[in-house]
Ligand binder design. Structure first.
Ligand code: FES
Length: 375
């Protein structure tokens, strides 16, 4: 790299791109469950030293596909309180590298490299909580909801869950049988409302798109515990998320009561990224960045057309990351000083942005005094 350099405050050593350090695990596949025609769950054995996680978090799976390392984030559908194993669900995406490689290659007994669980799409559970969780899920956005619902039903005996779950058709409903069983077991505490784009003739549930009218109709029919005792969670395709967000805003639901998880669709087209705006001078220029991570301090220069994460990886600095799209927050750090411009801010909440959190995978330093602390 023409103008790049990096300095490390402690002993500098060459690292592999995915070292078996404390943030990585090699997990053994116990079982592969065919959930629907195009979705599987991969169930991993917990290693001897158990991996702890929170309901709603995701695992980043790492594999070599076509000679290149690929990382993808998949939400855990298992619950840390009800399941002894770790399980993620993978739905095939047309043209998707990892989403097709995994079902074609992973078998019971296979070993898959993963990063430790991450993510902020979760909620604090307490035996004394008495609340109503209203969960909106579309397609494979159901995965973290399954983990959160199982955890809530056990950890919060006085809380209830209403799940509004949209799918293309009846055959694409992931976990349908499990939800039927949970509704019977926790009668009165779990209410699942299915919405299908294309419903069969004898369908008893809702049919049509999960748009404003449909959402309004459904919200009128679920229990009303009042704004103070209700928490809203959503995960699904962008259109669905926007519809839900608009409706909740119109109902004046405070932002701290709303939790969102954006779909992670993999690495974005780097050429489609916006150029960071120049700060003074005749155009964008390189800036030095300091990153503190894992007890180390790294300094390196980031060229204007590169992100902080890309430059760190180019220099053999093993920072955490997954989607490289500004959505999963695996690369989140806090800017202690300086200005950082983000190409994509969707993964961060308003309060995270206000507190100075940044995403290194879509972040460009705009000043020479940027210091970022990760972890
Ligand atoms: S790696 Fe996913 S947001 Fe940066």
């Amino acid at each position: 790299m023409a103008f790049g350099f990096f300095k490390k405050s402690e002993k500098t050593e060459k690292k592999e791109s995915t070292p078996a350090g404390p943030h990585y695990h090699n997990l053994v596949v116990q079982q592969v469950v065919q959930e629907t025609k195009d979705a599987i769950s991969i169930v991993f054995e917990q290693p001897a030293t158990k991996i702890s996680y929170k309901a709603g978090q995701f695992l980043t799976l790492i594999a070599t596909v076509g000679g290149k390392e690929v990382r993808r984030a998949y939400s855990l559908n298992s619950s840390p309180v009800t399941d002894s194993d770790l399980s993620v669900t993978v739905k095939r995406v047309e043209g998707g590298l990892m989403s097709n490689w995994l079902p074609d290659n992973v078998k019971p007994g296979s070993t898959v490299k993963v990063m430790e669980p991450m993510g902020h799409f979760t909620t604090e559970f307490s035996k004394t909580n008495k609340r109503h969780l209203v969960l909106f899920a579309g397609g494979s956005g159901i995965t973290p909801m399954m983990s959160i619902i199982k955890t809530t039903l056990v950890e919060e005996p006085e809380s209830i869950c209403s799940l509004i779950y949209a799918n293309r058709d009846i055959d694409s409903i992931i976990f349908k049988n499990t939800f039927d069983q949970l509704q019977t077991k926790y009668e009165g505490r779990l209410h699942v409302i299915h919405v299908l784009d294309n419903a069969p003739v004898n369908w008893q549930g809702h049919s049509g798109l999960l748009n404003h009218d449909m959402l309004t109709k459904i919200l009128e029919r679920i229990p009303d515990w009042g704004i103070g005792s209700t928490t809203y969670l959503m995960c699904g395709p962008e259109g669905m998320m926007k519809n839900v967000q608009t409706l909740l805003e119109a109902r004046k639901i405070p932002t701290e009561k709303i939790f969102k998880e954006s779909f992670v669709q993999g690495t974005i087209d780097k050429d489609a990224k916006k150029e960071p705006a120049p700060v003074g001078g005749s155009g964008p220029r390189a800036h030095e960045v300091t990153v503190r991570y894992d007890g180390q301090e790294y300094k390196f220069v980031v060229e204007p057309n590169r992100t902080i994460l890309e430059t760190a990886l180019d220099n053999g600095i093993d920072l955490p990351y997954s989607c490289q799209s500004g959505l999963c927050t695996a690369c989140r750090g806090k800017a202690l000083s300086g200005q950082v411009k983000l190409d994509e801010e969707e993964g961060l909440s308003q309060s995270e942005r206000a507190e100075g959190f940044v995403l290194t995978c879509v972040g460009h330093p705009m000043t020479d005094d940027v210091v970022i602390e990760i972890g």
